[in-house]
Design a protein around this ligand. Sequence first.
Ligand code: IVH
Length: 694
Amino acid sequence: MTAVADLDEAQAKAELARLAFEIRFHDTAYYQNDAPAISDAEYDALRQRNSAIEARFPNLKRADSPSERIGASPTDGADGFSKVRHSRPMLSLGNAFNEADVADFLAGIRRFLKLDDDTAVAIVAEPKIDGLSAALRYENGVFVQGATRGDGEVGEDITANLRTIADLPKRFLGDAPEVFEVRGEVFMNHGAFAELNRKQEAAERPAYANPRNAAAGSLRQLDPGVTASRQLSFRAYAWGEVSALPSHTQAGVLAAMQAWGFKVQEHEVCRNVAEMMAYHGATEAGRSARPYDIDGIVYKVDRLDWQDRLGAASRSPRWAIAHKFAAEQAQTLVEDIDIQVGRTGKLTPVARLKPVTVGGVVVSNATLHNEDYIAEKEIRKGAMVLVQRAGDVIPQVLSVVEPGPAAFVFPSICPACGANAVREEGEVDWRCGGGLNCAAQSVERLRHFVSRNAFDIEGLGEKQISAFHDAGVVMQPGHIFQLRDRINKTGGKPLQEWEGWGETSANNLFAAIDDRRRISLERLIFALGIRHVGQGNAKLLARNYETLAKFQAAMTPDSLQELLDIDGIGEKVAKALLAFFDDSHNKVVWDALVGGLDVQDMERADTTSELAGKTLVFTGTLEQTSRAEAKARAEALGAKVSGSVSAKTDLVIAGAAAGSKLKKAQALDVKVIDEAEWLALAGGHIELQEEETS
Ligand code: IVH
């Protein structure tokens, strides 16, 4: 078989056709006939070869490319909905709050794409509806499956419920592509919301707090008949897997979806920050007259080839951003100030408020951040304060309207465990010094451990974790995977006899736990809850070390420099990681945990590319692409990007005016290439198609 790097264009085209056919054949064998003809590894190799060829020849990518299709088989969820793996992740959006943020967004795009000053960037601005996103799959124009967003990777199959929404065409009008997955927002109009709550009250059922919750509750009904009675609406604004795109612009695809029979999100094309601000201002001014809730404007780069090049950083695309409206505000009384203990021991003051409705939601707590925030704003028990809430953000106390009697004294002992708390110089936070003996910290860590982006164990939420902790059954993460044994050992009743548990729920929980023994390295690292190691850094580390063994081997104090060499890992993060693994108790906890797990190696984005697994260093100025784009491209091809040259560096890409790193590479005899060679190796820009495909 010819290596990908040696294929010429004609060969590559033929190879892509063969691979598309072969992968489709094996998908059918596996998913539909339940009779795989080749091993998983052989199948993966086919897909990887396909992706590698596509990466080298992006213009040859087929409309029916297998890389755009994942044939995951739905498995039954515990609560009655099957799981659906999204063909392309359903991302969330970064936020902008003011003109400066909007200007930064545009400037960032220009930098990333390396556009010159005369190139205009058209931006599509759309009101952001405050509902829930859904993915609707159409095959040959027929609605076949609908799913919730879930965690962005895996959602729930709610096809039957979505089918009841009147706005949602069951069939495309006119010609339809083979596959087209429409994405958009499900929401409830104010009128429908008021009527629903009237009915809820009449039936002595609890009212919904706001239209968004009502829409969510209505979509998750096990009986589609109930969903049908709820008057939900739908607007299309994006897409997932598609066999062909009807246009090469965002606005063009919106128009096509409209022609197919969808209600699409209204929108306007803007050419600069001033036009974006004007659209935002005008839409915000008309906000209360709208029959449904919107909470901002979404800006999207109009050109789809640019959207492709910009790609996504972590959880949100670089080509889109949500510009939020000003938060809604209200006045209320601070009834008390409590202290919460976080998983890293941080003490967070929380205002307990006299419940007040802010923008349709009842608010009874607000974060007070830290000691200085309270002192500066003179927030006291008994004060009247102005609170604000913006979207899903935790409510904030903005200012004091009428002062309270006595100044608040921040406690210097942990309210949960009684250990001394310390506020180190230069820090704003007080921290509990009780470490692992502090029950509040250990419960918070466990809660983080099972949370959605970490182990995500179904049926094991805050409530259950606290109960298991109180009973002495789950004191550290590894105990979760020995739950049955530990319940027996502690001499308690079997789980199905505990209050709130039954045979089915207990069995479901054990099954859900077993299911999660197989876990990605990335999730495992994130789940540890180490300070400064969030999802983004966990991913970086997993990508860099690839296997549990290599990761573990690097968690020793002498690996500091190696950690710092990872592009994107700074000193704070590296030190926090090493301090965690340097703690003898943590080591015991870690060993007990990983002993019961099957940790998956990090999948390289593309293992057949000749760059896969290689360590690259960029230096000097690139002319054709920005450094950020080059880095994203290298990572997509399975390479690691390091910030400094060492004996471990495989390749240095030297742009104009490269200096010391180039010298070092030469001294160490590391291969050096220039930008043109880099582009040939990694594939250059995706050219804008002149003609519309379809
Ligand atoms: S685009 C990759 N457009 O906002 C871009 N989202 O914070 C994906 N939303 O989950 C989203 N109106 O539920 C987009 N016109 C719009 C939207 C919109 C509402 C919601 C959507 C998404 C969330 C992102």
